[in-house]
Design a protein around this ligand. Structure first.
Ligand SMILES: Nc1ncnc2c1ncn2[C@@H]1O[C@H](COP(=O)(O)OP(=O)(O)OP(=O)(O)O)[C@@H](O)[C@H]1O
Ligand SMILES: [Mg+2]
Length: 376
C-alpha cells in the first residue's frame, strides 16, 4: 500500500548534525519538515499533520516523552505514528516510550536500510488503519440499514399474524356453527365469504409491501386527470351512498412520475376513500392540482371529522393503531396511510397532512392531504 504523493515526515532532533544526516538519507523519498525542540514540533504539526514523526528523546525544554504526551492528547494527532530516536538502547526508555504510545524505536547511529524499512512499515500500517476505520464506518452504516430492513420485515410479520387472527377465527367459528345448526348455513356462508375476502386483502397488502421493498419500480409519466377519473369511477357507489360530491380543480396538462397501479389502487383510492369515510353525508370533497417548478402538488381536502394530533403523529406507523369507524360506521384496517407514504417515497415524492379535528374546532374542521410528486 503506497500513497501516490510522497509521505510527509516531521524530523525532531536538537542536534543539527543528526538533522542534516536524516535529511540527506530521507530527502529523496519523503517530503520533510524539521523541528529542533518539542514546542516547535507541536507548532509544525499544527501547521501540517505529518504522516509520521521521528522524535528525539533527549532535548532541552520539552523532551520527547512530553512532546509525545501532547501529541496523544490531541484527537486529530493521536493516530500519527511516532518513532523515537534514541542514542542508548536502555530498557526503561523503551518501556516508557511504548507506554506513552510510540510505535517503534530507532537507535543512533542510523542505518539507512533499517531507517527506511521501519518508516515504511509504520506509514503503511497507519494507512491500513485509516482504511479499516473507513470500512468500519461504512459497515456500521450498512448494519444500520439492515436493522431497518429487519424491522420492516418484523412489522409485516406482525401485521400478518395479528390481523389474520380475526378473519380466520370467524371462519372457524361459523364453520362449526353451521355443522351443528343447519339454519345458520345461509348466513354463515355469507359471513365466511366476507371473512375470507378480508384475509385475502391482508395477504395482498403484505405482498405489495414486500414487493415494494424488494424491487425497483419503474416510474413513468401519468396524466393526473386520468388517474383521478379512474379512481373516482371505482368510488362512485361510495360517493352516492353518502350523497357526497367531488369538486375537481386541476391545472390543464398536469403529469406526475409514478407507478400507475399503486397510484390508483393504493394512493388515490385510499385518500379519497378516507375523505368519503370521514366526511359527513352531502359534504363536498375538493381535489386541487397545481404545478410548482419541477413538482406537482395534488391536494385532497375534506371537511369531515379531522384527525386529532395524537393520531396524526402515528398516521404513517404501521404498528400503531389509528383506525376509527367512518361517519357511516365504515370499517378499515389502518394500513392505508403507511402504504400511501411508502409509495410516495418510492415515487421520489412525499405526503404532507394538515388536519383540524372536530374536537379541536367545531366550526372549521377537516383534512388536507397534500401529495408532492416529481412532475412527469
Ligand atoms: N381524511 C381523514 N379524515 C379523518 N381521519 C382520517 C382521514 N384519513 C385518515 N384518517 C384517520 O387515520 C386512520 C388511518 O387511515 P388509513 O387509511 O391508514 O386506515 P383506514 O382508513 O382506517 O383503513 P383502510 O385504509 O385499510 O380502509 C383512519 O382510520 C382515521 O382514523
Ligand atoms: Mg384508509
Amino acid at each position: 500500500m503506497t500513497s501516490p504523493v510522497k509521505p510527509h515526515l516531521l524530523l525532531v532532533d536538537d542536534t543539527p548534525e543528526n538533522i542534516d544526516l536524516l535529511v540527506e538519507m530521507l530527502g529523496p523519498d519523503y517530503e520533510l519538515s524539521v523541528a529542533t525542540d518539542g514546542a516547535s514540533a507541536l507548532e509544525a504539526t499544527e501547521d501540517q499533520i505529518p504522516d509520521l514523526i521521528l522524535l528525539d528523546i533527549m532535548m532541552p525544554g520539552m523532551d520527547g516523552y512530553e512532546t509525545l504526551k501532547h501529541l496523544k492528547e490531541n484527537l486529530e494527532w493521536a493516530a500519527i505514528p511516532v518513532i523515537f530516536l534514541t542514542a542508548k538502547n536502555q530498557n526503561e526508555d523503551l518501556l516508557l516510550g511504548f507506554q506513552l504510545g510510540a510505535v517503534d524505536f530507532i537507535t543512533k547511529p542510523f542505518n539507512l536500510a533499517e531507517l527506511q524499512a521501519r518508516i515504511r512499515t509504520h506509514i503503511d500500517l497507519a494507512l491500513a488503519m485509516r482504511v479499516i476505520e473507513k470500512q468500519k464506518i461504512e459497515l456500521e452504516a450498512v448494519n444500520g440499514q439492515l436493522a431497518v430492513a429487519n424491522n420492516e420485515q418484523k412489522e409485516l410479520l406482525h401485521v400478518l399474524c395479528h390481523d389474520l387472527v380475526n378473519p380466520l377465527g370467524s371462519i372457524n367459528s361459523f364453520a362449526k356453527l353451521m355443522q351443528t345448526d343447519p339454519d345458520t348455513v345461509a348466513m354463515g356462508l355469507e359471513l365466511i365469504e366476507g371473512s375470507s375476502q378480508q384475509g385475502l386483502d391482508i395477504i395482498d397488502l403484505i405482498r405489495r409491501m414486500r414487493a415494494m421493498e424488494e424491487y425497483e419500480v419503474e416510474l413513468t409519466s401519468w396524466k393526473v386527470a386520468e388517474v383521478i377519473e379512474n379512481s373516482l369511477k371505482q368510488l362512485k357507489l361510495k360517493l352516492e351512498a353518502k350523497k357526497q360530491e367531488v369538486k375537481l380543480s386541476l391545472e390543464p396538462g398536469l403529469e406526475v412520475l409514478a407507478e400507475p397501479s399503486s397510484l390508483v389502487h393504493s394512493v388515490l383510492n385510499n385518500l379519497l376513500t378516507n375523505a368519503i369515510k370521514f366526511s359527513y353525508p352531502q359534504q363536498t370533497i375538493e381535489v386541487r392540482g397545481v404545478k410548482k417548478g419541477e413538482q406537482v402538488r395534488l391536494e385532497i381536502e375534506d371537511h369531515g371529522i379531522g384527525i386529532p394530533p395524537t393520531l396524526l403523529a402515528n398516521l404513517f406507523q404501521i404498528n400503531k393503531k389509528t383506525s376509527r369507524l367512518g361517519t357511516g360506521k365504515e370499517e378499515g384496517t389502518g394500513f392505508g396511510m403507511p402504504l400511501v407514504e411508502k409509495f410516495m417515497r418510492l415515487y421520489g415524492g412525499e405526503i404532507e397532512v394538515e388536519s383540524t379535528s372536530i374536537e379541536e374546532n367545531q366550526d372549521h374542521h377537516g383534512t388536507v392531504m397534500r401529495l408532492i410528486f416529481q412532475a412527469g
